[in-house]
Write a protein that binds this ligand. Structure first.
Ligand SMILES: Nc1ncnc2c1ncn2[C@@H]1O[C@H](COP(=O)(O)OP(=O)(O)OP(=O)(O)O)[C@@H](O)[C@H]1O
Ligand SMILES: [Mg+2]
Length: 307
């Protein structure tokens, strides 16, 4: 097909089926005096949905950025789809990134463009030359974009300006845009941090459904333990750049997570910060957020029924 970028052999070869989709081995990354990641090792199997959980500054974004080569480790290696990411440059790196979709906390849509045009920008790595509006994109890409919009439930909004959508809808457009790449891996950096509990659960449900339908491997950072338990297969807890928790969610309670995560705290203040940031602190009135709990329970049961 004209304009299509061919991925290099290393990314599509037989090694992919044999090994893990993602292998991080002994990665340390410092920024000046700050150690963002310290000796982090992690493997992710095909189709797995892994949630990175941790306080602000624990290294979640840095780890995600290593997975598509936006950051490079000081020591250690990152292997994604059979390719050593830190050694890739230029075209092979772009080809790898073509297989890794990214969903951002702030959606990163162009508000003045239509929803459909925003989704089409996900195909930019596949088209050449300037694009002026929809007619700059091939018909097959436009049809694919409409298909992805249908998948995320926004087909009827295709020709609406992106900045007129609700936050949850905008994030669904962000997901449709990532799907335009036909990715094999989906990375999501706090995709629901800007959303209310109901929209958060809907977006996480959508990510999970799509991942299962398409055999996508997902690595998603979150602050909320409830969401991690409801929608992840596995939780990897980061603290000060180190992995302090790596466990399947099956049979795991919120209390288990907090206990394991909290076991390595050094002060009460720190534990308080964990509780607040990971979403276990009561509201200012001292009561848990009943509405939020109810919504999450509803969606959790929906998810369990689907499994
Ligand atoms: N480009 C950079 N330059 C300097 N320091 C950085 C850079 N990127 C990350 N850091 C530092 O590395 C540490 C880990 O940051 P990172 O953004 O990965 O944390 P995070 O877990 O994603 O936090 P948050 O939940 O707030 O998004 C922090 O101390 C941060 O200040
Ligand atoms: Mg971050």
């Amino acid at each position: 097909m004209p304009g299509l970028t061919q991925p290099p052999q290393a990314i599509t070869g037989p090694a992919v089926a044999a090994g893990p989709v993602i292998a991080v081995r002994g990665v340390t990354k410092t920024f000046g005096e700050t150690t963002a990641l310290h000796d982090v090792s992690l493997t992710v199997a095909r189709g797995e949905i892994v949630v990175l959980l941790g306080l602000s500054g624990s290294g979640k974004s840095t780890l995600l950025r290593h997975l598509d080569g936006l950051d490079r480790p000081d020591t250690g290696t990152v292997t994604v789809l059979g390719a050593t990411v830190s050694r890739l440059r230029g075209r092979p790196l772009r080809a790898l990134r073509g297989q890794v979709g990214f969903v951002f906390q702030q959606f990163e849509l162009v508000g003045s463009l239509t929803v459909l045009e925003n989704v089409l920008t996900g195909a930019l790595f596949r088209v050449r030359g300037p694009r002026l509006g929809l007619w700059g994109y091939r018909r097959d890409l436009q049809l694919a974009a409409l298909g992805h919009l249908d998948r995320v439930g926004l087909l009827t909004h295709a020709y609406q300006r992106a900045d007129t959508l609700s936050g949850g809808q905008q994030q669904r457009v962000g997901i449709a845009r990532a799907l335009m790449q036909n990715p094999r891996i989906l990375l999501a950096d706090e995709p629901v941090a800007s959303l209310d509990p109901e929209s958060s659960a809907q977006v996480m449900a959508l990510i999970r459904e799509i991942a299962i339908d398409s055999g996508l491997t997902v690595v998603c950072s979150l602050h909320q333990v409830d969401l991690a338990l409801s929608w992840g297969d596995r939780i990897v807890g980061l603290r000060h750049g180190e992995v302090v928790l790596d466990t399947a969610t099956q049979g795991l309670s919120k209390q288990n997570v907090m206990e394991i995560y909290g076991r390595v705290t050094t002060s009460t203040a720190e534990l308080g910060a964990i509780e607040t940031e990971l979403g276990t602190a009561p509201d200012e009135d001292g009561e848990p957020d009943e509405q939020g709990e109810l919504d999450l329970q509803t969606f959790s049961s929906a998810r369990d029924n689907r499994r």
